[in-house]
Design a protein around this ligand. Structure first.
Ligand code: AMP
Length: 146
C-alpha cells in the first residue's frame, strides 16, 4: 500500500489495485443457479465471476437475471432454480483486464461495470478490479492536489 502512495494515478496498473482470485467469491459453469443465488445472497454481492473447471473466466452472474429466469406468470417458480445451469443465465459479454492494464483504461471500464475480471494471456482468472478501488485512488489523488 505504501508504494501506491508514491505512484501517480497514471503509473498505477491493475496489479496495484486488484483483489486477488483467492479473495473473490465465484461460481462455476455446471453449477445450478440455486447455488449461484446462495453465493450471491450470502456474500451480499449483486454479481460474481463465473469460472470453468480449469479456473478460466467465462462470464458473470447476477441476482436479477437468476430471478427473471424463474419468474412465472403469478409467482417465482423456485423449483426451477435447481434445474437451470449457471451458463444459461450468465452474462458472457464482459470486458477483461490484464495485470498490466493502465489506470486510464481501468477508469473507462468501471464507468459501465461495477467490477471487471483480470485474466492472464490464456484466460485464467487472476482476480477482479472494482469500481471502489478506482474511485479510492481518484479521491486520494484529488485530495493530494489540494
Ligand atoms: P465494490 O466496488 O467494492 O462495491 O464492488 C463492486 C462489485 O464487485 C460488487 O458488487 C461485486 O459484484 C464485486 N465484488 C467486489 N468484491 C468482491 C469479492 N470479494 N468477491 C466477488 N465479487 C466481488
Amino acid at each position: 500500500m505504501s508504494s501506491l502512495l508514491k505512484k501517480s494515478l497514471t503509473d498505477l496498473t491493475v496489479e496495484d489495485l486488484m483483489i486477488p482470485a483467492e479473495k473473490v467469491a465465484h461460481v462455476q459453469v455446471g453449477n445450478p443457479v440455486e447455488h449461484a443465488l446462495l453465493v450471491l445472497v450470502e456474500s451480499g454481492y449483486s454479481s460474481v465471476p463465473v469460472l470453468d473447471l480449469d479456473y478460466k473466466f467465462k462470464g458473470t452472474i447476477a441476482k436479477t437475471p437468476i430471478l427473471k429466469s424463474v419468474m412465472g406468470m403469478e409467482r417465482f417458480e423456485m423449483e426451477k432454480l435447481a434445474e437451470t445451469k449457471v451458463e444459461a443465465v450468465m452474462q458472457v459479454e464482459q470486458p477483461t483486464l490484464t495485470m498490466d492494464t493502465n489506470f486510464l483504461t481501468c477508469l473507462k471500464v468501471v464507468i459501465n461495470h461495477a467490477f471487471a475480471c483480470v485474466v492472464d494471456e490464456e484466460g485464467y482468472f487472476l482476480g477482479i478490479l472494482t469500481r471502489r478501488a478506482i474511485l479510492k485512488e481518484v479521491n486520494k489523488s484529488m485530495y493530494a492536489q489540494k
